[in-house]
Design a protein around this ligand. Structure first.
Ligand code: TYD
Ligand code: MG
Length: 457
């Protein structure tokens, strides 16, 4: 009897080894190796269903003609931007995200919007009637004749159907449910995911059909899958947001056909996803009264400037150790800002609980938000409001110095356009700015102490 072959894979990064190891030499994670039977020795040989490509030969660069790659528009402006201008023929796109965030909804909605292309949606997760119900919710009484659904998980079968249907666009929901007969391990295991993705990649490249792969990741990104697929696919999109809020962001992590700095913002509603074309309006709450502890920052998300509201609550610590918590912001950075405020500027926050919340359930990494966070903390600590027409953009260093931030003109223009009257920024950012071009008053700051005086004295 032929011998079966098994390998060990790191669940975290997909590193492959013939023996079990305690620590992965590639990613350094502990206890992540799992055994998978990749070949039972008898089954699967020569069953490949992959479409074989024509013979290739080496060419000179000059012999290769420059072709404009055709792109399929998704009918979502936000989504097109993220993709770099639509779906490129023959590309393979991975859409990763936590379960329940709306991946299936986004791609189903996109598929139903594209009316001039034949689309095959393959689902290994939901039944036909479930998909029908969702489609009905998205577009009631819409009966397109270019959209087909297949519930199947065996890649051999899938390629058989694909051959007869000849779709212009293929959507796989999700890569973790697929199973290739060439590999003996269970669906969702690393070797299966890798093999199935490779089969679809080969299909996309040889036929020019774009393929979307949906992939689940858990909160800590630990589930095998999307991480190891990043090398195989052309574009990696991440769908994120807080499930409890309506806002969703599609972020591009890798793109062979466009920039990775773009991002798309959506709002999940009762009848599907709606594009948010002007994010500033929703990320700042409407209020008539001034509350203490609230400050507005102009941050860059991708290539877009938008205003976002930060709320801080500073209160006396009830327990021995003061609590610090942040939603939408890195807690270590919050601790650093608090340490700077305490040490360099003698603001006594040591015995206070500090909570930070960023509106809309959005996570912000742009360091330009620091100045607004500090302002919100100071406002709450002093219980003095900052007026709603004031905004901030600046990074704070360990000495309490306010550092300049990139793309300041774009930020100023956005704040000006939205009707803000004052903007605090680093004094080094003012160089070369034509102040008379803007109605907004620009207030330069060089040290954090100054901001307290400017705002509250
Ligand atoms: P889903 O697309 O199934 O998420 P994923 O494929 O990423 O696991 O949908 C996620 C959630 O979105 C689901 O809990 C219900 C909600 N939803 C709406 O709020 N409005 C809608 O129109 C639809 C279709 C779903
Ligand atoms: Mg789904």
């Amino acid at each position: 009897m032929a011998k079966s072959k098994s390998l060990f894979f790191c669940k975290h990064c997909g590193y492959q080894s013939s023996q079990w190891m305690g620590r992965c030499p590639s990613c350094g994670e502990w206890n992540t190796f799992e055994e998978e039977v990749v070949d039972r020795g008898d089954a699967g040989k020569g069953k490949s269903s992959i479409v074989k490509s024509a013979q290739n030969f080496p060419k000179l660069l000059s012999e290769i003609s420059l072709v404009q790659v055709p792109r399929i528009p998704t009918r979502f402006r936000e989504f097109d931007n993220v993709l770099g201008g639509g779906i490129v023929a023959g590309s393979i796109i991975l859409l990763g995200g936590e379960p329940g965030i709306g991946k299936s909804t986004l791609l189903l909605q996109m598929a139903l919007q594209i009316t001039d292309k034949k689309i095959l949606y393959i689902s290994g997760e939901e039944s036909e009637s479930q998909l029908k119900m969702r489609a009905e919710r998205l577009f009631p009484k819409h009966q397109p004749d270019n959209f087909l659904i297949l519930t199947e998980t065996d890649t051999n079968q899938i390629f058989e159907h694909v051959k007869s249907v000849k779709p212009d666009l293929l959507i796989i929901d999700s890569i973790q449910t697929l199973q290739s007969q060439l590999i003996d391990s269970a669906a969702g295991s690393i070797s299966q995911i890798r093999e199935c993705a490779a089969e679809f990649q080969h299909f996309a490249k040889s036929t020019g059909t774009p393929v979307f792969l949906i992939g689940h990741i858990t909160k800590d990104g630990s589930l095998a899958g999307p991480k190891i697929l990043e090398h195989i696919v052309d574009t990696v999109l991440q769908f994120e947001g807080d499930i409890h809020y309506g806002y969703r962001i599609v972020r591009c992590i890798k793109n062979r056909f466009g920039s990775t700095s773009e991002l798309g913002i959506f709002e999940m509603q009762g009848n599907g996803l709606r594009e948010v074309l002007n994010p500033s309006e929703i990320l700042v709450s409407d209020r008539d009264e001034d509350f203490s502890g609230s400050a507005i920052s102009v941050v860059m998300e991708g290539t877009r400037a938008m205003t976002i509201e930060i709320q801080a609550l500073v209160s006396s610590a009830v327990y021995g150790t003061p609590q610090r918590a942040a939603t939408g912001y890195d807690i270590r950075r919050l601790n650093m800002l608090l340490a700077v405020l305490e040490k360099r500027c003698h603001f006594k926050l040591g015995a206070k609980d500090v909570f930070i919340n960023i509106a809309g359930g959005i996570h912000v990494d742009d360091p330009a938000i620091n100045l607004a966070i500090v302002a919100a903390i100071l406002s709450s600590a002093a219980d003095l409001p900052i007026d709603t027409k004031t905004c901030f953009a600046g990074e704070m260093g360990l000495n309490g110095e306010i550092r300049p931030v990139p793309r300041i003109e774009q930020r100023i223009a956005e704040a000006d356009k939205l009707g803000f009257t004052r903007m605090f920024l680093s004094k080094y950012n003012l160089k070369g700015i034509q102040r008379k071009n803007y109605k907004i008053q620009l207030i330069p700051i060089s040290k954090i102490e100054e901001i307290y005086k400017q705002l509250f004295e």
